[in-house]
Design a protein around this ligand. Structure first.
Ligand SMILES: [Cu+2]
Length: 348
């Protein structure tokens, strides 16, 4: 098959070459110069360049305006504010201005300096000043991006060191998440993949007493606002990726490894639901859902999988509820009661 495709390409090249030769030979016979571009051809091309530039730039502004209410709300985590700041500076002062200026110059100059038989090109071989400008300006811009990028990267990826941190394990498998809390002692028990099965879906090592009070939850997990959250991630089968877009957090979950990410939530779920932009964004989303006959949804923080890990990858998500320390403690107490309730039933 590959050989046939290759042969077809080769034949096409030969055919094209032969066609060009025929055209060249026929030109020789006619002794005319009808292949030469006239001034009116060049004028038409120049004007088309200008028209394209205007349409292209209008499309850019229209698209930006059209989709702006579907972009993520401002960061709900402390470190995310730094990422957002870096993104805004990059976009507003570097990427977009450079994009607009270079595209304007590209098409406007193609129009302004279009071919004309009455005009001769200027001989302009070299300019030290120009060389300096287009070396130094990008160097400063790149240095800014790299220095701040590395500085923030190191701060964000550093280990969780807050003594008051809350450690939660996110366990990924095809196709759901399980969150595990340390229970009363706040410490996660060790795991052993050989013990996966039955009610032990995350593979707790039953010989480790630290794990006996561990709490596992599905579909939704809660975290307190303003406290450092340390996420430890594991995967049972393939590489998944824990993606928490509202907190500007993402980390791969790799079988056989424990990966980590720390962050501090700064806004509760209720705060977010009252945010004017979030209200606007959810209204736009619900308007779109209505068109497809779907029920409206309210804002929730989400944990998603951001690695194409199999056929139900798209549905691998979990809600996250950010709430006050008091509400979090109440929720945790309820989960603990559920666990002891189950254990009491089992021992009867
Ligand atoms: Cu996945």
């Amino acid at each position: 098959m590959k050989l046939l495709v290759l042969l077809a390409i080769l034949l096409l090249i030969i055919a094209g070459h032969q066609l060009l030769r025929i055209i060249e030979l026929s030109r020789g016979l006619k002794k005319t110069k009808d292949w030469e571009l006239t001034n009116s051809d060049n004028n038409a091309m120049g004007k088309l360049m200008l028209t394209f530039m205007i349409l292209f730039l209008l499309a850019f502004f229209w698209q930006t305006h059209r989709w702006i209410d579907r972009s993520l709300p401002g960061s709900a985590s402390e470190h995310g504010l730094k990422i957002d700041w870096l993104w805004d500076v990059n976009m507003n002062y570097i990427v977009v201005p450079v994009f607009l200026v270079t595209n304007f110059i590209l098409f406007f100059f193609a129009y302004k300096y279009r071919g004309n038989t009455n005009r001769k090109a200027t001989f302009f071989p070299h300019s030290n000043t120009l060389e300096m400008i287009w070396t130094i300006v990008p160097a400063i811009a790149l240095a800014f991006i790299i220095i701040f990028g590395l500085k923030y990267w190191n701060e964000i990826m550093a280990d969780a060191e807050d003594p008051n941190k809350l450690t939660i394990e996110l366990y990924a498998k095809q196709f759901d998440w399980t969150a595990r809390y340390g229970g009363k002692d706040g410490k996660l028990g060790t795991t052993d993949f050989k013990q996966i099965g039955g009610t032990n879906q995350v593979g707790l090592d039953t010989n480790d007493v630290l794990g006996h009070d561990d709490i596992t939850v599905k579909n939704e997990f809660h975290i307190p606002v303003g406290r450092e959250i340390e996420l430890l991630m594991r995967s049972r089968d393939v590489i998944h990726s824990a993606y928490l877009p509202h907190f500007r957090a993402q980390m791969n979950c790799v079988p056989g490894l424990i990966t980590a990410f720390k962050f501090k939530p700064i806004k509760t779920t209720e705060d977010m639901r009252k945010d004017p932009y979030v209200i606007h964004m959810m209204a736009a989303i619900n308007k779109q859902r209505e068109k497809f006959g779907k029920d409206p949804v309210i804002f929730d923080y989400l944990l998603l999988c951001n690695k194409i890990c199999g056929e139900n990858h798209y549905n691998m998500q979990m809600n996250i509820v950010v709430e006050s320390e008091k509400d979090y403690n109440a929720w945790m107490a309820k989960e603990q009661a559920k666990k002891t309730g189950k254990a009491a039933v089992a021992s009867k």
